[in-house]
Design a binder for this molecule. Sequence first.
Ligand code: GSH
Length: 207
Amino acid sequence: MLKVLGRATSINVRKVLWLCEELGLPLEREDWGTPERPTSDAAFLAINPHGLVPVIRDGEFVLRESNTICRYLAAAHGRTDLLPADPRGRAGVEQWMDWQATELNNAWRPAFMGLVRRHPAWQDAAAIAAGIEAWNAQMRLLDAQLARTGAWVTGGTFTLADIVLGLAINRWRLTPFDKPVLAAVQACEQRLAPRPGWRLHGANGMP
Ligand SMILES: N[C@@H](CCC(=O)N[C@@H](CS)C(=O)NCC(=O)O)C(=O)O
């Protein structure tokens, strides 16, 4: 059975848990990244020297990096709806996944660390305010894309991009600051509402 290493509160672990729900794939989760089982533990570092969750173990195959894990699992299970096989279709999904892991992830860090994690090193009010503006600016780009497709991130089909960006939308929604109305983002949340994976691992009350 597929093994997923990482705490279920981590946004990156939740990508994998949500995808497994979409795949109908049973898994065994091992808690890591908790006070009791820190990722600095030698036993964990032996599996992932980068000291980050998630990690999967699929038989003898060990893999880290949440978005890569998602691509691996979708491909391994022949789910070309979630990750197209043709180079252009695939790249279209990947460009949004990469954008989440880089531009969007960097934009949300100051506000998320300051307002949700309440991390002492991220309490500068001006930096948080600038962070909110940067985060909203990125979210407007997503809103414009969703308005263009009128459906999912890359078009008419639900893909891996909708999982990673669904979690990002949920984080934005739950981080406490005044938000602009983004109608297409809102419509996307409504479109996600019936999906068990979204309910279990996306909009489950955790930012
Ligand atoms: N690029 C990595 C980032 C993973 C990451 O930042 N994981 C966080 C949790 S969301 C982590 O492991 N932090 C250290 C810890 O929780 O001990 C990925 O996408 O998998």
